[in-house]
Design a protein around this ligand. Structure first.
Ligand SMILES: NC(=O)c1ccc[n+]([C@@H]2O[C@H](COP(=O)([O-])OP(=O)(O)OC[C@H]3O[C@@H](n4cnc5c(N)ncnc54)[C@H](OP(=O)(O)O)[C@@H]3O)[C@@H](O)[C@H]2O)c1
Length: 255
């Protein structure tokens, strides 16, 4: 019997970065709570993880993050089944979108409901558990695109990810004033990492890395409990620094 290194809840674990984070955190010895709408994908992932690590515990919950009641109930069940939640990764996200005023309010709205209201519900639910436990690590997955306004299909998405980053910083600020609570907050800003979200994007997109490499950078930043991390560091740390100061005309050529 291998002792657990701790417990991690990951939302959006049915594909892409969430599924790979589950694999890599299981490799590190964590027990897992995995959530998404496509539960058959979660079942497959659990079978794969348990085949590699029979001593690990992996519990699953169906969760549509746009249904706040489901988010709160599933988070509670994770805490009960796992005994406690040491880390909660707000990862579920949607990258649908279209330029403003082109008749695709439905797509932009769905992205905002998932990435903004969904992230808010997950953060509230996770923080309730952390406050009760008086400890925990809240991890929020933003995006490099959050650093500036973006054009084309990215406008609503980038704005939604700016919300995620600012929400994380706000909670971190709150926790800086609560030394009696051992609660850390990290926000991760991925660059381009191959996943279902961008599988239709050209294979040769500049700076795109494969899922395993990109997620390894995320996992290292999360394990280091970094308050903010642009991942992978190369090239996204210098690009991120440039993006924050460049005139918009140049930003639009970068991303
Ligand atoms: N890949 C990148 O280059 C990149 C860059 C920056 C940021 N990100 C962020 O990384 C996170 C993961 O994205 P990904 O690249 O791994 O994309 P992905 O492969 O499309 O995965 C998205 C995940 O979110 C879940 N999800 C979507 N809508 C949901 C909803 N309403 N309720 C519950 N779960 C929902 C999906 O599960 P179900 O459909 O099964 O529910 C899926 O597991 C997202 O927040 C994304 O914005 C990705």
């Amino acid at each position: 019997m291998t002792s657990s290194r701790g417990t991690i809840v990951i939302t959006g674990a049915s594909s892409g970065l969430g599924a790979e984070m589950a694999r890599q955190f299981a490799d590190l010895g964590y027990d897992l709570g995995l959530a998404a709408r496509r539960t058959e994908r979660l079942e497959q992932l659990r079978a794969e993880i348990l085949a590699a690590h029979p001593d690990r515990t992996v519990v699953l919950e169906p969760m549509d993050v746009t249904d706040a009641d489901q988010v709160f109930a599933a988070t509670r069940r994770f805490a009960e089944q796992l005994g406690r939640i040491d880390r909660y990764v707000v990862n579920a996200g949607l990258g649908k979108g279209a330029p403003m005023g082109t008749g695709r309010f439905d797509a932009n709205r769905q992205t905002v409901m998932t990435n903004v209201v969904g992230a808010l519900a997950q953060t509230e639910a996770a923080m309730e558990v952390f406050r009760e436990q008086q400890r925990g690590h809240l991890v929020m997955v933003s995006s490099i695109s959050a650093l500036r306004g973006m054009r084309k299909t990215m406008t609503a998405y980038a704005a939604s990810k700016a919300f995620v980053a600012n929400l994380a910083e706000g909670v971190r600020s709150e926790m800086l004033g609560a030394p009696e609570l051992d609660i850390d907050v990290s926000v991760v800003f991925p660059g381009y990492i191959r996943s279902e979200m961008n599988e239709k994007v050209a294979q040769k997109t500049r700076f795109m890395v494969d899922t395993t490499t990109g997620v390894a950078a995320m996992v290292a930043a999360i394990e280091g409990r970094r308050p903010k991390a642009y991942v992978p560091a190369w090239p996204w740390v210098p690009i991120g620094a440039a993006m924050r100061v460049l005139p918009l005309q140049q930003v639009r050529r970068l991303m």
